[in-house]
Design a protein around this ligand. Structure first.
Ligand SMILES: Cc1cc2nc3c(=O)[nH]c(=O)nc-3n(C[C@H](O)[C@H](O)[C@H](O)COP(=O)(O)O)c2cc1C
Length: 197
């Protein structure tokens, strides 16, 4: 029989464990939470989903952050409708998180500058790609990734998506009975309730 973790029957512990896994997802590149699936609403109203790298998690905010390119479809989608959802699943931890949030897109501001200063040289290459992401090509390699002397080239197209968390849904799979909970976040903290898994 597997050991019962503290968070199994305790909402506050489950909430803390959710943020612990998110923090670990930022710093541990091998953690499954490092690569969430992020959903937006397409400009045609249909859902869109893709993998991103989780770059920051701030429980106090509360917000989650990833980086992208101004020219990526998701930026126009979020500018038209800031509703965003993030999905995380850690098979070993047996935890799924479904996060609902509203996104702010930061470019050419202090948030973008702070994040850009943290990026490594090889990551900056993506933001110099020409033509921009999603452009149809006549040949598979019909794009260039210039490597200019100025390391700041690419900052103009670099964007930070900060997803202000509104709700976290927790699902913990366990042989002795699954546990599902909803955390509704506000400026005052969160309201938590158990749900039928
Ligand atoms: C492992 C992995 C990590 C990725 N990380 C990012 C990321 O951090 N930001 C990003 O914009 N795209 C990232 N991508 C690419 C996206 O999944 C997607 O293909 C691209 O951003 C275009 O999406 P869009 O047209 O919906 O904007 C990643 C893809 C993979 C497979």
């Amino acid at each position: 029989m597997t050991e019962i973790p503290d968070f199994y029957n305790d909402l506050d512990s489950a909430y803390a464990e959710a943020w612990r896994l998110l923090d670990d997802g930022v710093t541990n590149v091998r953690a499954p939470f490092h690569l969430p699936a992020v959903a937006t609403i397409g400009t045609d109203g249909a859902p869109r989903v893709r993998t991103v790298v989780l770059r920051q998690a701030d429980r106090a905010g509360p917000w989650l952050q990833f980086h992208t390119d101004r020219r990526a479809s998701k930026v126009a989608e979020l500018q038209a409708d800031p509703r965003i959802a993030l999905h995380f699943y850690d098979r070993a931890a047996k935890v799924q998180l479904r996060v609902r949030a509203r996104a702010d897109v930061h470019g050419m501001d202090a948030v973008a500058r702070g994040a850009w200063d943290q990026t490594r040289a090889f990551s900056r290459v993506c933001y110099r790609i020409d033509p921009g992401p999603g452009t149809p090509l006549n040949v598979p390699d019909g794009y260039a990734e210039p490597e200019p002397d100025d390391p700041d080239v690419g900052f103009e197209t670099f964007r930070v998506v900060r997803a202000h968390v509104q709700e976290i849904e927790w699902l913990y799979l366990a042989g002795q009975g699954h546990r599902r909970a909803r955390f509704q976040l506000s400026a005052d903290g969160y309201e938590a309730s158990w749900l039928t898994p």
